[in-house]
Write a protein of this length. Structure first.
Length: 365
């Protein structure tokens, strides 16, 4: 994939005699680059300034460094995390999340309902509840949600009344139903009861709803999926740590340096603002893809990180034992993934991980 990125960037920046040809090549290059990121068209930027959910920002910062490079490939379940805000905007404990942006080929791994628990109401009298039971139901029939046959229990647990903050409920079965049959998505119903199962009126526990509460506390569905996209079979690793940028010589021409310098890694900046993507990409603003350049002269030392095949090829080339055998090539031998945090077409915030996007090291192959 990294080689594809290099080619696309070269096409997008190449100079051609005809302005129309330049525009055409740039458009074609950016279209191919979108395919690398699994998209047909770039999402439209939000119509107004929109703050991404703090949960998604925190998750991105946990998974990636400042340049978007993956710190640990095992943190995420799957390679895509999608967040959806409630569409009902009502005061009732009914929630609806539109999942039309989930692709059919995405495998649903885990779905979570995130509700912000408000500080409990102060109740009079000697009896004070310390816990209550919160139940989450999948609505089967919109007009019968209050009846046993109109809903199905998907999650339930005791919740303390002593604090406030986020509560997370696993609702994977319901979301799998909705993605298989979009018309079955009638939303969710949340109820609050006493420990013995009796209704509490008024309920001492309340969750922030769509109205009258800050954007950061709105009900949210978080969906972990895998779209099946996987990178090449090169060795991969997690957080690259300190990756030194090789220094380029200054006294010779670039062409001469390319012949004399040994195989090593060089910077390659990918600026999302420069290619017109900054409106919908939240983080990172760009990243360093790096590229490999230099010679693989005989004899190949261990510092060239050669494969056994490259060593044999180098010997055959040096001794001219066979015609048409070139010297080994300087290529990436370890690749890192990067992460994008962005707005999709429905202005949902998505965190997506892309394999094989950064050359971590170079070797003679």
């Amino acid at each position: 994939m990294l080689g594809t990125v290099l080619l696309l960037l070269a096409l997008a920046k190449s100079a051609c005699p005809s302005p129309s040809s330049v525009a055409s090549r740039r458009a074609e290059a950016l279209k191919k680059l979108l395919e690398v990121f699994g998209m047909e068209d770039p999402p439209a930027p939000p119509t107004h300034f929109k703050q991404p959910p703090q949960y998604m920002v925190d998750l991105y910062n946990t998974v990636a460094n400042a340049d978007g490079v993956t710190k640990n490939p095992d943190i995420l379940e799957g390679n895509t995390v999608r967040s959806f805000l409630d569409k009902t905007h009502s005061e009732e404990m009914r929630f609806l999340f539109v999942l039309s942006s989930v692709a059919k080929n995405e495998k649903i791994l885990t779905a979570e309902l995130h509700l912000f628990r408000l500080w409990p109401r102060v109740t009079d009298g000697p009896k004070r509840h310390h816990f209550c039971q919160v139940s989450v139901y999948q609505v089967l029939e919109k007009d019968k949600a209050d009846t046993p046959e109109g809903k199905k229990l998907v999650a339930a647990r005791l919740v303390s009344l002593q604090t406030s903050g986020w509560e997370v409920f696993a609702i994977t079965p319901a979301v799998r139903d909705w993605t298989q049959d979009e018309s079955s998505n009638q939303g969710l119903l949340v109820t609050v009861q006493g420990v013995a199962g009796s209704p509490l009126d008024p309920p001492p526990l309340q969750f922030a709803s769509g109205r009258g509460h800050h954007e950061s506390k709105k009900p949210m569905l978080v969906l972990f999926t895998d779209d099946g996209r996987r990178g090449a079979s090169l060795p991969t690793a997690g957080f690259p740590g300190e990756m030194p940028v090789p220094k380029l010589g200054r006294s010779r021409s670039t062409r001469s340096l390319n012949r004399l310098q040994p195989c090593q890694r060089h910077p390659l900046s990918v600026d999302f603002e420069e290619i017109g993507w900054s409106g919908w990409i939240i983080s990172p603003r760009g990243y360093n893809a790096f590229h490999c350049k230099g010679s693989c002269p005989f004899p190949l030392g261990e510092n060239m990180r050669p494969t056994n095949h490259a060593t044999v090829q180098s010997i055959i080339n040096a001794l001219k034992l066979s015609e048409g055998v070139s010297s080994p090539c300087c290529v990436p031998d370890k690749l890192y993934s990067i992460n994008l945090l962005y707005f999709d077409d429905d202005e949902n915030v998505v965190l997506k991980q892309y394999d094989d996007m950064v050359a971590a090291s170079c070797g003679c192959h």
